[in-house]
Design a protein. Structure first.
Length: 322
């Protein structure tokens, strides 16, 4: 019996060696495959990061930093694509420059569809970053590859449809917000002027409410379409609080205020948009109490969580949508 067993084992020793060798080859193949897949995934991730950053830069480039451009509400498509493509060139992928294709266009917030084209409604940049002919470390030995890898991103810079808590309780007539000339808000009792105090219901329309908004930063968050209560009374204590704040800001104070599409005040009115206002003077005493400020043609808002508002002076922060 023992002799037969020894013969049986000797006859299979060569087969075990062959199986072990095959197993080692298969194991090495899986290791090589894992390395190649990891390499390709890393390139894909680098391309995605590059595309994301490029799209964000391109969207910001739609409205360059010059706040007094001749056509402040028309996007600069050339600047946008230059900013996008320049950023990709500065961020190599797998130690080599990626190829970039950028398009400007309009992103529809309702349908979530990007349509290419440079028009007055252009608000987005779509970027594709790619690498062609990516070789595998081990797959090439088996004739696998090379591969083309790409990543796409779209970023939007649109008009602000909301601002967070903390703006000042002054609303401005929309038609006065569309120029760069200084405006004078005088709070006339005849209910007709360039602007007025406001409160957001259910807060009361009173000087104490406005003063609290100013001193404690408690003016509620606002979005386009919200109803606010306009009040063109003088509200001396609130005006004095604004004067103190202006002094604390060194005599020039950039704020973000709601626009209303009305010439008459002392009634409820929906918010029609937002604008940046540079306050330079607050007259607290005498018969001519007023606020003087310059509407800035472009400014980037502190909110931007809800872009897609009407064209105005206040831009939302850039948002990556895909």
């Amino acid at each position: 019996m023992r002799k037969k067993l020894r013969v049986f084992l000797n006859e299979r020793s060569g087969s075990i060696t062959i199986i072990a060798a095959i197993g080692m080859v298969v194991f090495c193949g899986f290791v090589a495959l894992a390395i190649d897949i990891g390499h390709m995934m890393e390139i894909k991730n680098e391309l995605q990061r590059s595309a994301d950053a490029s799209a964000i830069a391109g969207a910001r480039g739609l409205y360059p930093v010059n706040l007094y451009a001749p056509n402040p509400y028309y996007p600069n498509c050339t600047s946008s694509q230059a900013w996008a493509e320049d950023l990709v060139a500065k961020n190599p992928v797998d130690a080599s420059s990626a190829t970039v294709n950028s398009q400007v266009g309009n992103y529809n917030w309702s349908t979530k569809v990007f349509t290419a084209g440079c028009t007055s409604t252009t608000n987005a940049v779509s970027v594709t970053a790619s690498r062609t002919g990516v070789q595998l470390y081990f797959g090439s030995v088996l004739g696998i590859g090379p591969f083309d890898i790409a990543a796409t991103a779209t970023a939007v810079m649109d008009w602000a449809a909301s601002v967070p808590q903390g703006t000042i309780p002054v609303a401005v007539n929309k038609k006065y917000a569309m120029n760069s000339n200084p405006i004078k808000i005088v709070f006339n009792d005849d209910n007709s002027d360039t602007g007025s105090w406001f409160s957001k219901p259910p807060d009361s329309s009173s000087a104490s409410t406005y003063k609290n908004y100013i001193e404690n930063g408690t003016c509620p968050a606002l979005q386009v379409g919200d109803t606010i209560n306009l009040n063109n009374g003088v509200a001396t204590s609130a005006l004095q609080a604004l004067g103190d704040a202006l002094t604390a800001h060194g005599g020039s104070w950039d704020v973000y205020v709601p626009m209303v599409d009305t010439d008459k005040f002392n009634h409820n009115e929906p918010v029609a948009g937002f604008m940046p206002l540079r306050i330079t003077e607050i007259q607290e005493t005498g018969n001519d109490k007023h606020i003087t400020g310059t509407p800035l043609k472009l400014g980037i808002g502190p909110g931007g969580t809800n872009p897609g508002g009407p064209a105005g002076g206040l831009l939302a922060q850039v948002k990556l949508v895909n």
